[in-house]
Design a protein around this ligand. Structure first.
Ligand code: HEC
Length: 141
């Protein structure tokens, strides 16, 4: 966990080298992921929805939505993990910077990267079915 923080280029390189296996594995241990989930729920869930954690926060983006597209495009777990860690240290307001550091931050990042966007439909905020009554919007000029 005490690795030197990498820049975005490093993220891309690491992401490209690491193959993702079926269970979305990363090098984090099960204990780290459990710790990360617990920390996420306590510290981040008030602002972020994440289906796996069952959190409902609506101040920040739904992380399943935020990472679902990246995952679908083949973004690797380790890359997403680095991105979450980067967000924790360089968050934009109103998200507080350095809410967690060190091992806790790494565990949260590993947890989020392992679950965010893995469920086709967010259990927390499912995509509504198209409304058959809806009329196409027309812009008049
Ligand atoms: C006070 C509310 C708040 C808390 C607490 C918070 N966030 Fe955020 N977070 C936000 C907001 C708001 C944004 C969007 C900021 C922006 O886009 O400028 C955000 C953005 C993010 C993003 C980027 C999402 C994207 O669309 O790319 C990630 C990842 C993230 N937060 C993770 C976390 C993690 C992990 C924690 C816990 C350590 C956390 N946040 C705690 C409010 C919060």
């Amino acid at each position: 966990m005490g690795r030197v923080r990498q820049g975005l280029l490093g993220v891309a390189l690491v992401g490209g080298l690491v193959a993702v296996t079926g269970c979305g594995s990363s090098s984090a241990s099960t204990a780290d992921l459990a710790h990360g989930k617990q920390q996420f729920t306590a510290l981040c869930g008030g602002c972020h929805m994440l289906a796996d954690a069952g959190t409902q926060g609506a101040v920040g983006p739904n992380l399943d939505d935020a990472f679902g597209a990246a995952r679908a495009q083949g973004f690797k777990v380790n890359g997403m993990r680095q991105l979450v860690e980067t967000w924790i240290t360089m968050a934009q307001p109103p998200m507080p910077r350095d809410l967690v550091t060190g091992h806790d931050a790494a565990a949260i990042a590993a947890y989020v990267a392992s679950v965010a966007g893995t469920q086709p439909q967010s259990a927390v905020r499912p995509t509504p079915p198209p409304d058959p009554q809806a009329r196409p919007v027309k812009f008049r000029t």
